[in-house]
Design a protein around this ligand. Structure first.
Ligand SMILES: Cc1ncc(COP(=O)(O)O)c(C=O)c1O
Length: 453
């Protein structure tokens, strides 16, 4: 990652090039001066990296004749040893589910927080509304009306501690313990764990190119109380729920008196065409509970999300919210409200869309250049994760574990699957790859991992 000291970055690149056979024993490497010039770093930085490589026996310094890759490496007919990805205190390389943490406007955010702190009066030290700060509920309702076609009153908006806080509230309000719930298979791992923990009986419903297979859901459990879907970019496959399936799902909910949760966690990040309409915007019968989260749109440490509940559910949700008393910090709710109201939110999303398209392109190009024999990228129109199908006969769990040992944050597709047979693949995030070179380096680590299994 970019936070690594420069000399270590240079060291790692040479180690990888040697391990991958791109640099052979006896081959001359650039002079310290030439490389320092090319990389625009101090000579001492390159010297430190070279000294390290010499001291570990990878390079030989030959005075006037320059520096070469050690001849002695030729006799070590070793299997390439993957070089670990750097250890950082931030996200792990290729970690899924994170926005670009380097690109969040921290100064602006700090300014807005400070302004809110200065406005603190005696009244604002009290508990505040358990359903959320009014200014934020209003800002969310107007954002949704403008950008997601979702019409709702602020009283239908329940501010929660992220999507997970929203699901916990929902389980309580709908008394979900022991009730049946359609769950996308594969589907969002944390939601699955939370719902199971709450005693919800999950009915796995397969997902194909058109999203959740509603027919299958009806065959498996017609009278499920709830269905949870990610219509814009299915998590984790990235496919969109087709118009026919949307209609079928809404029709099922109407006929059975069931509820649908629309987890709209990253719909804004679409790289071809416009963001897809929210399912909630097509919900004429008010059966959809819309869930939004600021974890991807702003940053996950904020722990802010929200539910928009149908009018008929406002009362039970209010009751549960009063019992659970799970408020989010008012200061941050107020700051988020300012961020939305002042237009920073939509500007930020626009910038991130462009940035993510670029970073995703780097990862796809690196995978195609270095891993085409092992992985086939399943490129979808949006989302902040990438799925690469495994082309070799190695369990994805083994790949993910071995990659984890090398410092990478990838996950196995099968870990997100309830029933076997969903395919083998590697799930990765690209949002925190800061340069094309970084994408190359981490993909080479992944290549080393897979070829070494
Ligand atoms: C599918 C999905 N939904 C929702 C979220 C947001 O969860 P939270 O708001 O609890 O951070 C995530 C975050 O990773 C996600 O992957």
């Amino acid at each position: 990652m970019s936070s690594l000291p420069k000399y270590q970055e240079i060291y790692r690149r040479f180690r990888l090039a040697i391990d991958q056979g791109q640099l052979r024993p006896g081959e001359r490497v650039p002079s310290v001066r030439a490389l320092a010039q090319e990389l625009k770093v101090a000579r001492g930085t390159v010297e430190t990296a070279y000294q390290l490589l010499v001291s570990e026996g990878f390079f030989e310094a030959r005075g006037q004749a320059g520096t070469v890759v050690a001849e002695s490496l030729a006799q070590l007919a070793l299997k390439p040893v993957p070089v670990p990805a750097p250890v950082t205190c931030g996200p792990r390389p290729l970690q899924m589910g994170l926005p670009a943490l380097d690109a969040f406007p921290r100064k602006l955010w700090a300014r807005l927080v400070t302004q809110q702190v200065r406005r603190t009066d005696a009244d604002s030290l009290a508990m505040g509304d358990v359903c959320g700060v009014q200014a934020l509920r209003v800002a969310i309702a107007s954002y949704l009306a403008l950008y997601r076609g979702v019409e709702c009153a602020p009283s239908q908006v329940f501010v929660c501690a992220g999507y997970s806080g929203g699901l916990a509230l929902l389980c309580d309000a709908l008394e979900m313990a022991g009730q049946r719930c359609w769950f996308e298979d594969p589907g969002y791992l944390h939601a699955r764990q939370l719902l199971q923990h709450k005693g919800v009986e999950l009915v796995p419903v397969p997902v194909d190119q058109d999203g959740l297979d509603v027919e299958q859901g009806m065959q498996r459990e017609l009278q499920a109380r709830l269905a949870i879907v990610t219509p814009a970019h299915q998590s984790p496959l990235g496919v969109a729920l087709s118009p026919a399936r949307r209609q079928a799902l809404l029709g099922w909910a109407r006929e059975q008196g069931s509820w649908v949760v629309e987890d709209d966690y990253d719909s804004e990040f679409r790289y071809r065409g416009q963001p897809l309409a929210a399912l909630k915007s097509q919900d004429a019968d008010d059966r959809v509970i819309y869930a939004g989260s600021f974890s991807k749109m702003l940053f996950p440490g904020l722990r802010l999300g929200y539910l928009v509940v149908p009018v008929a559910l406002v009362e039970p949700f209010e009751r549960s919210a009063r019992v659970l008393q799970q408020r989010s910090a008012q200061l941050l709710q107020l700051t988020a409200a300012d961020f939305l109201e002042q237009g920073h939110f939509t500007r930020h999303l626009k910038k991130m869309r462009q940035l993510y398209a670029q970073r995703r392109g780097w990862l796809v190009a690196a995978l195609q250049a270095h891993c085409a024999e092992f992985l086939r990228v399943d490129e979808q129109a949006g989302g902040i994760n990438l799925l690469a199908r495994l082309l070799v006969d190695v369990p994805d769990e083994v790949v993910a574990r071995a990659a984890g040992e090398m410092g990478l944050g990838v996950q196995a597709l099968s870990g997100w699957t309830l029933e076997a047979g969903g395919g083998q693949g590697v799930l990765m995030g690209f949002t925190n790859l800061c340069t094309a070179g970084e994408a190359d380096s981490v993909v080479l680590v992944l290549k080393g991992v897979i070829s070494g299994i």
